[in-house]
Design a protein around this ligand. Structure first.
Ligand code: SAM
Length: 372
């Protein structure tokens, strides 16, 4: 419980306080029930969560298995856990609103009853989608989940970063995901981009693959990663997105006051699908070296005579360098790649080791990758 009148009701001060508490991971558990902090959250973080969810929704629709699944549905049932003021749920709804479903049911869940009231109102006001039904579930996870099954989409934004994840709580959450999602259903998660939160999500993805063999990772990991996340191999590593984005002027002003740089959607994320696999789990996918996809996970560094960046194939990280003198029409896209893009690197020979990096051999093609 928050002590009453702990925070001044000056909105800028409140936002500073909230930002410090969230960044330092010292947030009181029921902060969303404090009107001032909730309004501060609504004024600054809500817009960010909305765009993160919309961006992930658009990414998931690039996967044929997702689009085919959604096309087969007449009605859609979504549950958004730890919904707060509902920004993440709104982003998903915004994506779905252009599709023609006969009905959309949305269940919002949070430990804070007052946050749920705000979220439900926001969504009803903003989305007069015909046939949209909303309901709320007030409970504390992972002990009290909304009793749902057959969901098409289960989502959350910025939830695990507020938890002390233990083996027990992970098991309960994974059990719920499996019970709540129907076959073909999609799990959509965004967490903050900092090292601690991202690594928590990477560990959660390892646990998910170990526990729920029928689930497939669609993104961000290339080649439908089945093994351990390589970002966890070294204590100091993590993997996160920086998707260029233009926020509202209001948000940019607030970010400036707080000293935040808001030129992109910064997040770690996970998109999984519950596939219709046999009990024995996912069939082994044969990926030949030349078919494998590489996701660029750091910025491109341009040096004299070469450009280099680090890539992940879902198994390992590799820093590849391409010498400018090897440039030809089949690989010049390499020099323009941006963090987060996925490519196929069709090696023409064995890359030569140079310090911690590898030189891409002459004649290697670098091609855009699209999910199949
Ligand atoms: C950072 S906010 C995220 C809100 C929204 N999902 C978003 O991305 O904007 C985290 C939310 O999780 C809720 N929450 C945290 N731990 C929870 C738990 N154990 N059970 C239920 N809700 C929880 C908080 O009340 C808060 O509303």
């Amino acid at each position: 419980m928050l002590p009453p009148k702990l925070f001044s009701h000056d909105s800028e001060k409140l936002l500073e306080t909230l930002s410090d508490l969230l960044c330092n991971k010292t947030i009181p558990k029921d902060y969303m029930s404090d009107q001032g902090l909730r309004e501060a959250y609504r004024s600054y973080y809500h817009e960010q969560s909305f765009h993160k969810a919309l961006s992930l929704f658009e990414e998931m629709c690039l996967f044929p298995s997702v689009i085919n699944f959604l096309k087969k549905q007449d009605s859609i049932h979504i549950a958004d856990l730890a919904t707060g003021t509902g920004g993440f749920a709104q982003g998903i709804l915004h994506g779905l609103a252009s599709e023609s479903f006969s009905s959309i049911s949305l269940t919002l869940q949070d430990r804070s009853q007052s946050a749920l009231a705000v979220a439900e109102l926001e969504i009803k006001n903003l989305y007069p989608i015909p046939h949209l039904m909303t309901s709320t579930y007030n409970g504390i996870l992972p002990d009290s989940f909304p009793p749902l099954s057959g969901l098409q989409i289960l989502s959350w934004g910025n939830m695990l970063n507020e938890w002390d994840l233990t083996a027990g709580s992970t098991k309960k959450l994974l059990g719920y995901i499996d019970r709540a999602l129907g076959k073909g259903g999609i799990l959509l998660i965004a967490e903050p981009a900092d090292r601690i939160s991202s690594r928590k999500l990477h560990q959660f993805s390892n646990d998910l693959l170990d526990t729920l063999p029928g689930f497939e990772i669609l993104a961000p990991c290339p080649n439908n990663r089945r093994g351990k996340c390589p970002a966890l191999f070294d204590e100091s590593d993590w993997c996160h997105e920086d998707r260029p984005h233009r926020f509202s002027q209001e948000l940019l002003h607030a970010a400036k006051r707080l000293g935040h740089i808001k030129d992109s959607l910064k997040m770690s994320y996970l998109i999984c699908q519950k596939k219709d696999f046999p009990e024995s789990g996912l069939p082994e996918k044969k990926i030949t070296k030349s078919d494998e996809a590489w996701k660029m996970i750091s910025d491109m560094i341009h040096e004299r005579g070469l450009s280099k960046s680090t890539f992940c194939n879902g198994n390992e990280w590799m820093t590849y360098r391409l010498l400018k003198r090897y440039k030809f029409s089949g690989n010049d896209s390499f020099f323009r790649l941006k963090k987060g893009q996925t490519v196929q690197i069709k090696l023409s020979g064995k890359p030569e080791k140079k310090g911690d990096a590898f030189n891409i051999p002459e004649g290697t093609a670098v091609l855009p990758f699209s999910p199949s």
